[in-house]
Write a protein that binds this ligand. Structure first.
Ligand code: BTN
Length: 338
């Protein structure tokens, strides 16, 4: 059973009762939910099947393995300035979805200058760049997608992901993070470890405006086991909480990301990447460091030398300064270190 709650999201009521991280007896839960204890047990199994860790203590009750701050539309909206609110057409909060990007891509595009936004507690088929999976533990991350109608894709798209990186880094700083950097083209870093990523997808009719979906995934806090699981996939991972004195609120981070994305998009449409290049450069985590750039099946070593006015990565190789408009860059200890 799910209920509509005033926070704008349909959370399973059992999860709402357990979200304080305290131990609750089956009897108390059954009474609150007006269910049998067997139904409570089934509810626990459903939460577990969704990947939520619930501990059952013999004859004492149930509790979540980790206390969780559930998403709340009011708290997310509270982070938006008046101006940004005017650009927000629809904010949808879900408990579970395959992928927030997929959901928005299959919806009609919003009117120009306005955004449709989807945020979900859980994604069971979250997608990363280059066909990878995006994994986030329940309650520890943010999965947010924003749909926007773009009139000039050729001008806008190439460096948009860099503008998104600037917006996300501003949002994390607003939430108390220090030392966030960006790795071309669109990873959010803390101490050379990945805190988040950006997946931009597009649906365009020829000649007409394009429906652009900007997906942002952020690790807000990561329990040890989740870190190990993600790192098993070969990614050095970090959480926004590692960059903050105290763990930031997920609602605050989600609201700040939304606010900064909206204000970035409005400015980006007028001025393009040039309005963000200096800020991107100041956040560039690869600048003047040995890097390996992979495009298609080919890898090229060099020293990263920032980005040009189109957002292309500049790599100084032994032969010359090379320019990359797409690809994947990674940090190397020294030039030639594969
Ligand atoms: C990357 O590979 O670094 C990009 C990760 C992007 C993940 C986000 S989570 C919200 C949105 N929905 C998805 O399925 N993917 C993006």
């Amino acid at each position: 059973m799910v209920v509509s709650t005033p926070n704008g999201i349909e959370h399973p009521p059992l999860l709402v009762l357990l979200s304080d991280g305290e131990l609750h007896s089956g009897e108390w839960l059954a009474k609150e939910l007006r269910q049998t204890r067997a139904a409570v047990w089934k509810g626990v199994q459903r939460l577990r099947a969704a990947g939520i860790e619930v501990n059952a203590l013999a004859r004492r009750g149930y509790r979540l393995a980790n206390r969780v701050e559930l998403l709340d539309a009011r708290r997310i909206r509270a982070e938006l300035t008046e101006e940004c609110r005017a650009h927000l057409h629809h904010l949808e909060l879900l408990f579970e979805v395959d992928s927030t990007n997929t959901r928005l891509l299959s919806s009609p595009p919003p009117a120009p200058g306005t955004a449709d936004v989807c945020v979900s507690e859980l994604q069971y088929a979250g997608r990363g760049r280059l066909g990878r999976r995006w994994i986030a533990p329940f309650g520890g991350g943010i999965a947010l997608s924003l749909g926007w109608t773009c009139s000039d894709v050729v001008r806008t798209l190439p460096a948009l992901s860099l503008g998104v990186g600037v917006a996300v880094s501003r949002a994390l700083t607003r939430a108390g993070a220090q030392g966030i950097s960006l790795k071309w083209p669109n990873d959010i870093w803390f101490r050379d470890r990945k805190v988040g990523g950006v997946l931009i997808e597009l649906r365009a009719e020829s000649g007409g405006p394009a429906h652009v979906v900007i997906g942002v995934g952020i690790n807000v806090s990561l329990p040890e086991q989740a870190r190990r699981e993600i790192e098993a996939g070969g990614v050095a991972v970090a959480a926004a909480a590692d960059a903050c004195a105290t763990a930031p609120s997920r609602n605050l981070v989600a609201g700040a990301i939304l606010d900064e994305l909206l204000s970035m998009l409005v400015r980006y449409e007028r001025f393009g990447f040039s309005a963000f290049r200096d800020e991107w450069t100041a956040l560039d985590g690869l600048k003047d460091r040995p890097a390996l750039v992979t495009v298609g099946g080919t890898s090229i070593f060099g020293v990263a030398r920032g980005v040009d006015s189109d957002g292309a990565l500049l790599l100084e190789t032994k032969e010359r300064l090379q320019r990359f408009v797409s690809g994947e860059a990674s940090l190397r200890l020294s030039v030639g270190d594969a």
